[in-house]
Design a protein around this ligand. Structure first.
Ligand code: ADP
Ligand code: MG
Length: 694
């Protein structure tokens, strides 16, 4: 790395522009090198006017036929219109707000080059606010005769001046950016070295594919993506290696306990459940802590898997903690674990905020002195006041509700690192799982228990609501129950609440004979729990909710779910609540309500919900359409914002980055070899710059 070169001393900048650049965080030539174009214009050749069509962004060149101000304003004409002709046709250039000096730049009869986006107005092509290249500018390789970069706007600096500054920066400073990766890495990633990439990203070579540059998928741009993803994977490789070095109490299974478990299973495990149980028990048998993510749709049967793991641990006389996101889920786990383990000496305890203080204290005491074998609870389990005697297995259910911090807190409850099993029903696309949870091994339950009747999903227009109510009536008459879910728009909880209250009213009117409950974000946890409970027990038979119905609560009688304003949800957000029905033996249905005004587009996006109940397919689709920001867990996971990488576009680069990071970690975990100096510095500095420059 060379000494920073203040931007002010770059040719053409000076103190005044330096200040403006500083407002965008550009203080040195190096900063400017990493200030990338937001787009590119293909100006390799002048296009004859006859060939213009709407939407093209190209240069045209011709003689000026007329220069005309129209529409009198307070200080002169409002619109400037310049018409040029090139022998194949005419094109008009228009400026709607302009400085009077602009007029001076045009003389009838002179030749001018204009670069802009073509629109067609009354059958004639025109360009609004095109870039003007006059005189020698029209031969300047910075602005013309090439694929030209378009930079994000910097206030107070015209785009052409900015482009010229960047040209200076690139020609004088780009080659000082030393590549930090050795050549085998670049080869494996299929990307050119940094000092070759940087100039090309600003000023692509003539033979470059302009479309790929616009998509940020040229090899040169992928070099940056690679650097960013590598840094992420390096951190994960380090964490993973840390786990592998750590020791844990090995909890191998034996014939006796497996026989005991088998005798108690209330049903036969699905093939997928058997597979994940094997994966988990294999991990638990090792003297290093398990770190495993168990993914499986709502209803796929994760609880029994957790119970099996807990029983194997219990056999070794150690303690197990099972953490659920809500009281009601914790209670459900408690009941299931208790009944599955009935008759064994395993002591299952519930630690709940809902317990009276005395009982809570008693249960804390049992956990502390080791009387409790399996402690089930909410986040109450990781509070300061809870101590375990010998915790060796932690199960965290519905991970997306828990941040990394909670994971760490649970670990601190044990003297030696406990084995950890994290369960989630939120389908996470593979690329995202690698990026987010690269330090976890992943098991997937991709099969539903048999005997389930598939859920029928239908998209319904607001105008057909009556039909949905009729259907609901039929379901209720048959003894079914229904959820009605409204999206919670974060900015306007009040609106959502009003919506929910109104919807609940309407439903109460339509079904005066059944209990209708309301569940919304403003209610206290206990109130929410109580609504849920009354629904589960049957006192309420319709539940209107602004929060997505608690994933994981088993209400076999629920056979219908109506999701209001379905178009506002992502597909993978619609998927888990849908899993709230279809748990019994009766056919269930899901209605996605779409406003009448919502166009075909919304319906088309949702149509896939009618065709598949495969959460992973929906998640992939979502990631493609809406990007990673929507996925539960992405925001709290501690993953830094990706500047260059796009997890859909760059799935391939991500895989290579992971391979390379792991290989490097095996070879040189501290990056102490001299040839890894650059990488080490890059990783160390990455807190501030995300580039991969040494
Ligand atoms: P998840 O937590 O994955 O959403 P649960 O563990 O709550 O799902 O299981 C949903 C329901 O399916 C429960 O009633 C459970 O008893 C039942 N179940 C789980 N596995 C099987 C199986 N292999 N065969 C039949 N029923 C099963
Ligand atoms: Mg569950």
């Amino acid at each position: 790395m060379t000494a920073p070169h203040p931007i002010q001393y770059v040719k053409g900048v000076g103190p005044r522009l330096a200040e403006k650049l500083a407002s965008r965080g550009i203080r040195t030539a190096q900063d400017a090198l990493y200030f990338f174009p937001k787009g590119y214009e293909d100006r390799r050749r002048v296009v004859p006017v006859r060939e213009l069509s709407a939407g093209m962004t190209v240069p045209v060149r011709g003689k000026i036929l007329s220069v005309q101000g129209t529409g009198r304003g307070f200080r002169g004409p409002r619109t400037l219109e310049v018409v040029i002709a090139d022998g194949t046709g005419r094109v008009a250039a228009k400026w709607f707000r302009f400085h009077p000096s602009l007029v001076e730049r045009f003389r009838v009869g002179e030749t001018v080059t204009l670069c802009g986006t073509v629109r067609i107005f009354r059958f004639f092509p025109e360009m609004h606010h095109p870039e003007i290249l006059a005189g020698e500018e029209s031969a300047d390789p910075v602005h013309f005769g090439r694929i030209v970069p378009v930079y994000p706007e910097v206030e107070g600096i015209p785009s052409r001046v900015l482009r010229k500054i960047q040209w200076e920066v690139v020609t004088r400073h780009a080659d000082r950016e030393a590549e930090c990766f050795p050549s085998w890495v670049l080869e494996q990633a299929g990307v050119p070295p940094l000092h070759e990439s940087l100039p090309a990203i600003h000023f692509p070579r003539d033979d470059a594919d302009a479309a790929r540059f616009r998509e940020f998928s040229s090899p040169q741009q992928r070099r940056l993506v690679f650097g960013e993803l590598f840094a992420l994977q390096w951190a994960l490789a380090g964490r993973r290696a840390g786990t592998e070095r750590e020791s844990a109490v090995p909890l191998p299974w034996d014939r006796d306990i497996v026989g005991e478990i088998k005798r108690r299973l209330p049903f036969e495990l699905t093939g997928a459940q058997r597979r994940v149980v094997n994966e988990i028990l294999k991990d638990m048998g090792k003297p290093h802590p398990m770190h495993r993510l168990l993914q499986g749709d709502v209803g796929s049967g994760k609880t029994i898997v957790a119970w099996i793991a807990a029983m194997v641990a219990w056999r070794h006389g150690v303690q197990v903690a099972v953490m659920a996101p809500t009281e009601i889920l914790a209670e459900q786990h408690y009941r299931r674990f208790s009944s599955l383990s009935a008759g064994l000496s395993a002591r299952v305890d519930l630690l709940s905020a809902a317990l009276p203080p005395k009982e809570r204290e008693a249960s804390r005491k049992r956990i502390r002195n080791g009387e409790t074998d399996i402690a089930i609870g909410t986040h109450a389990l990781i509070q300061e006041s809870v101590e375990f005697r010998n915790l060796a297995l932690g199960v965290i259910d519905e991970q997306h509700r828990f941040g990394v911090l909670q994971r760490a807190a649970l670990r601190r409850k044990a003297a030696t690192a406990p084995h950890l099993l994290v369960m989630t029903a939120t389908p996470i696309p593979r690329t995202l799982a690698i990026a987010l949870y690269g330090d976890l091994d992943v098991s997937v339950i991709d099969e539903m228990p048999g005997g389930r009747v598939p859920i029928r999903t239908r998209i319904v227009r607001e105008g057909e609501r009556r039909k949905v109510f009729e259907e609901m009536r039929r379901e209720l008459d048959r003894g079914g129950r229904a959820y009605v879910v409204l999206p919670l728009v974060e900015e306007s909880e009040r609106v959502a609440l009003r919506d929910a209250t109104r919807t609940a009213e309407r439903i109460r009117e339509a079904f005066p004979d059944v209990g209708v409950g309301l569940l919304h974000g403003r209610m206290k946890a206990e109130e929410k729990e109580s609504s849920m409970r009354r629904f589960k027990e049957g006192a309420l038979r319709i539940l209107v909710s602004t929060t997505v119905v608690e994933v994981g609560i088993d209400v076999p009688e629920a056979t219908m779910i109506v999701i209001e304003h379905a178009e506002r949800f992502g597909l993978s957000q619609l998927h888990p609540p849908r899993g709230g029905v279809g748990r019994g033996s009766r056919a269930s249905s899901c209605f996605l309500m779409v406003g009448d005004a919502q166009g075909e587009e919304a319906a088309a996006r949702l149509a896939i919900m009618e065709r598949t109940t495969d959460g992973f397919r929906l998640a992939e689709e979502d990631l493609r359409i809406r990007g990673p920001g929507d996925f539960a867990g992405v925001r709290q996971s501690g993953i830094p914002d990706l500047v260059f990488a796009d997890l859909v576009r760059d799935a391939g680069v991500l895989r290579v980055a992971k391979e390379v990071a792991e290989e490097l970690h095996r070879r040189d975990p501290d990056l102490s070899a001299p040839e890894h100096d650059g990488i080490r510095r890059f990783i160390e500095r990455r807190g501030s710059v995300a580039t991969g420059a040494d």
